[in-house]
Design a protein around this ligand. Structure first.
Ligand SMILES: O=C(O)CCC(=O)C(=O)O
Length: 265
């Protein structure tokens, strides 16, 4: 499967401008690289305009998700639609959607870990259902949002359910870029899976973002890496045999002794 990661800047609080931008970026990506799957970053319709999200958020995925479904059908491409601020029962969620090339919704996930450093709990509701593995073109994948990367147990559960690729959508700040790179490499090595991440560039509200979107193989090698400051795409065909060969060479999944791991209460 060929993945294209879109690394972009976001116009704060202007969902329509961002949808127009994404339409152009997707069209360009399809023309230039003809990927099977395109990945967008976190909260790409609004940016982190937390106090104003009530005004800017989608309502139950509308109008952004029907628009993404139309784009997916139009270009016959799977779209991991990053995440969007999404008003639903219980509050505003940070919701990720996966749409296949027929324009069907394959999966959605509300970010479960709220970020204390951003006081997210004042503005957002945390997802209440666990992250699940989903399939695109028969390939099993997991999807997490930004801060979720710091919770290895979440990603391990996706690997144990058969995910061969982990997708990360993010607005990760430049100040912690080392954590972003190192944690992704660690998650790829410890779970022997590919990682494809899309992070925004630019600045908002005195925060500079790290860019540095990545494609990492199951051995932990960085196959492609975005810059800190440029809008660009990373496009690569993943060799899924590598998942099998790495898992055979260092067979951690058969060495595990889960009955000796303490269960959390
Ligand atoms: O964990 C971090 O350092 C950044 C998290 C974050 O900015 C987010 O989840 O949006």
């Amino acid at each position: 499967m060929k993945f294209s990661i879109i690394q972009m800047d976001i116009v704060p609080g202007d969902p329509e401008a961002n949808r127009i931008k994404v339409k152009e970026l997707i069209q360009k990506e399809v023309e230039e690289n003809n990927p099977d799957t395109i990945i967008l970053p976190e909260m790409w319709t609004t940016a982190y305009t937390l106090p104003e999200l009530d005004e800017y958020a989608d309502v139950d995925g509308e109008p952004t998700i029907p628009f993404i479904k139309w784009l997916a059908r139009q270009h016959q491409v799977n779209i991991v639609a990053g995440s969007i601020a999404n008003k639903k029962e219980g509050g505003i969620y940070n919701s990720a959607y996966v749409i296949d090339r027929n324009g069907e919704e394959v999966y959605n996930y509300d970010k479960v870990h709220l970020v204390p450093m951003l006081k997210e709990e004042k503005f957002l509701a945390g997802g209440q259902k666990p992250a699940e593995v989903f399939e695109l073109d028969g390939l099993k994948m997991g999807l997490i949002i930004c801060y979720d990367l710091r919770f290895p147990e979440l990603i391990r559960s996706l690997a144990l359910e058969g995910a061969q690729v982990l997708i990360i959508v993010a607005e990760w700040p430049l100040a912690r870029r080392d954590h972003w790179r190192t944690l992704q490499m660690a998650r790829a090595i410890e779970n022997q899976m590919y990682i494809c991440s899309s992070n925004r560039i630019g600045s908002y509200d005195d925060v500079d973002f790290a860019g540095t979107s990545m494609i990492i193989n199951p051995w932990g090698e960085v196959l492609a890496e975005g810059s800190v400051e440029k809008e660009e795409s990373l496009s690569l065909e993943l060799d899924l045999e590598r998942v099998k060969s790495v898992r055979k060479e260092v067979p951690i999944f058969t060495s595990r002794v889960p009955h000796l791991y303490k269960k959390e209460k």
